[in-house]
Design a protein around this ligand. Structure first.
Ligand SMILES: O=c1ccn([C@@H]2O[C@H](COP(=O)(O)O)[C@@H](O)[C@H]2O)c(=O)[nH]1
Length: 284
């Protein structure tokens, strides 16, 4: 069996052709209301269709937040499957923000539902947490690799509440985040050069002190939430990620989506995020 092109390879090609920007697809109650849509499965579906119409073939990566689909029950998940399929057909990589984290055997079942043709969601990437130990995610990363996908593991989150736990110092003198970063790098090294099946979530809101964690991650792809509504800007990216420009997927949801539902306004807001993302990448 031939090995599929890795997520990292596919992302590089799309980021060069389109932009490295990753659009968060977060159909929250507030956003649906702002778009004058009902907070129902139909409203959810209409919202997704309108975003997909506006994005067309412009977008490299879309990141639906699973929670906003799950809150509508099984019918919400059918909408999620449909919108994933729509973006896939537009050549956009799909990254499901679902932050799974459990013991190894359960993680394998979650990964089975996420990665590969014939799986429930067949996404190109998804997010995970390592609170039950990075070792519990090893098979998930292996499954991602086998399907040309990427498992993005939270290393330093964008929210201030994450800092006390992630910066807690363990018995070996490393912080939790440093230890996760070292382990994540080892998982990528095991997969062989350039495959990079383990990515890292590293908030764009983080202080320059977190540069050390970025360095420990080696060549891992870096998903950087926190731009826009959480207070970080594109001008913050170099502080943490200078020298790693081609690894970064800048991401934002609300600061784009709040421009809708007008299609032209949404496209303008999308371009206002894609353009500085391109400039940052090209600064490499
Ligand atoms: O550290 C993290 C990891 C994920 N997120 C997710 O991003 C969106 C919020 O994006 P906005 O641009 O602020 O609207 C939401 O789905 C989070 O779960 C994060 O914010 N921080």
């Amino acid at each position: 069996m031939t090995t599929p092109a890795s997520f990292a390879q596919r992302f590089a090609a799309l980021a060069d052709a389109r932009s490295p920007f990753c659009l968060g697809l977060d159909p929250s109650r507030d956003t649906l209301a702002r778009w004058s849509l009902p907070d129902t499965v139909q409203g959810l579906s209409d919202f997704c269709e309108r975003v997909a119409d506006a994005a067309g073939e412009r977008l490299a990566v879309v990141k639906p937040q699973s929670a906003f689909f799950e809150r509508h029950g099984p019918e919400g998940l059918v909408v999620l499957q449909r919108v994933l399929q729509r973006f896939r057909a537009a050549g956009t990589l799909t990254l499901l923000d679902v932050k799974r984290g459990d013991i190894g055997s359960t993680m394998d079942a979650y990964a089975e539902g996420l990665f590969g043709a014939g799986s429930a969601y067949n996404v190109d990437a998804a997010t995970f947490t390592a609170y039950l130990g990075l070792g519990a995610l090893a098979k998930t990363v292996e499954r991602a690799r086998a399907h040309g996908a990427c498992a993005f593991i939270v290393v330093r989150s964008s929210n201030p509440e994450g800092a006390p736990l992630q910066n807690a110092v363990g018995g070996d003198g490393r912080t939790v985040a440093q230890a996760v970063a070292d382990g994540l790098r080892a998982l990528n090294e095991q997969a062989g050069p350039g495959v990079l099946p383990a990515g890292a979530v590293m908030g764009a809101t983080l202080p320059p002190a977190d540069r050390d964690v970025v360095e420990r991650l080696g060549e891992a792809l870096l998903l950087t939430p926190g731009i826009g509504s959480q207070g970080a800007g594109f001008s913050d990216l170099p502080k943490l990620f200078a020298g790693r420009e081609r690894q970064v997927l800048p991401t934002a949801a609300r600061s784009v989506l709040e421009a809708g539902p007008d299609r032209a306004a949404l496209q303008q807001a999308l371009e206002a995020h894609q353009a500085p993302s391109r400039v940052f990448r090209e600064g490499a």
